[in-house]
Design a protein around this ligand. Structure first.
Ligand code: FES
Ligand code: FES
Length: 165
């Protein structure tokens, strides 16, 4: 079994580890780095629950090997809120719009939206909806998530058409 030394920057701290070549990034983050906010559902890139940000891009961590993450900067949902507990705007929007229920899908959705809204310009609603289409939620019916996403685009989802259309 091949083993590899890796160094990864996770949520502002540096982690060194020796990992098997077959270890997925999702299992590394949960089992080695202790980031259990990284949820694992389908394990084959469909549900989006395991999404984290790697060097600025939203990535399905079940489809990446830990060894491939060597030298990268990773943000998981644990690294988003401020140290004083102030929520990231994406987290706040989902909270305000009741965009979660059991919470299993939520960290992945949060990380996708956080990556999408990290730039200087606001994403277009179509971009955000397209990104959300890669996430499966079994609880909410998506409307609260959709309202939160529209808010992040600068659209107050106050009209029934925007909120529920
Ligand atoms: S667990 Fe990675 S996409 Fe479903
Ligand atoms: S809130 Fe339960 S799966 Fe989305």
């Amino acid at each position: 079994m091949s083993r590899h030394d890796i160094q990864v920057h996770i949520n502002g701290r540096t982690q060194h580890a020796t990992v098997e070549g077959r270890l997925t990034l999702s299992d590394f983050l949960r089992g080695v780095a202790g980031c259990t906010g990284v949820h694992v559902g389908c394990e084959h890139g469909v549900c989006g629950a395991c999404t984290v940000i790697v060097d600025g891009a939203a990535v399905r961590s079940c489809l990446m090997l830990a060894v491939q993450a060597d030298g990268t900067r990773i943000t998981t949902v644990e690294g988003l809120a401020d140290a004083d507990g102030t929520l990231h705007p994406v987290q706040q929007a989902l909270r305000d719009e009741y965009g979660l229920q059991c919470g299993f899908c939520t960290p992945g959705i949060v990380m996708t939206l956080a990556a999408l809204t990290a730039g200087a310009t606001r994403p277009e609603p179509a971009q955000v909806m397209n990104a959300l289409s890669g996430h499966i939620c079994r609880c909410t019916g998506y409307q609260g998530i959709r309202r939160a996403a529209l808010r992040l685009c600068g659209i107050a989802p106050s009209s029934p058409e925007q909120a529920h259309g």
